[in-house]
Design a protein around this ligand. Structure first.
Ligand SMILES: [Zn+2]
Length: 166
């Protein structure tokens, strides 16, 4: 049986174009180093705690973060530059004391081995802001078996039904 018609072909094409635009926007926003500021400029836009964690690779106290036990539907973006980093659907309760995600938006997160060779740091690809660390193979029942252990201070949540901020 053939269901194809000119109309449905056009709809498929339009849908593909729409999808391509969304992907291009996401990739564009996450272009490495696309957001660059001096230390002074960062201090002007970040709170002292955000500066300490995002720019000086600090860590918030275990179990104290705003999003540690927070499970609403929406998107988490970089608190420094606003680039979307994680979907709430990839957040899980790891019990570790910090927000945990099993996957970020493609290309949005950069991984760098720590100098001690034991842990892998994760940063916002666009602005280089420190997010936390990623751990693999811990046995969590998630699609990737990875745990992005992220400071709540480094991210900003927006509910799914909110209008996207520009
Ligand atoms: Zn950023």
């Amino acid at each position: 049986m053939i269901y194809k018609s000119a109309g449905s072909n056009r709809r498929v094409k339009e849908w593909l174009i729409c999808l391509t635009v969304i992907v291009a926007e996401l990739v564009g926003m996450a272009a490495p180093g696309s957001v660059q500021k001096t230390e002074e400029e960062w201090r002007a836009v970040l709170s002292p705690e955000q500066f300490r964690i995002l720019r000086e690779k600090g860590t918030e106290l275990k179990g104290t973060g705003e999003y540690d036990k927070f499970f609403e539907e929406g998107i988490y973006s970089c608190a420094g530059c606003g680039t979307p980093l994680y979907k709430s659907t990839t957040k899980f309760n790891s019990g570790c004391g910090w927000p945990a995600f099993y996957e970020g938006f493609p290309g949005a997160i950069t991984r760098t081995p720590d100098p001690d060779g034991r842990r892998t740091e994760i940063t916002c690809t666009a602005c280089g802001g420190h997010l936390g660390h990623v751990f693999k193979g811990e046995g969590f029942k998630t699609p990737t078996d990875e745990r992005h252990c992220v400071n709540s201070v480094s991210i900003k949540f927006a509910p799914a039904n909110a209008a996207p901020s520009v």
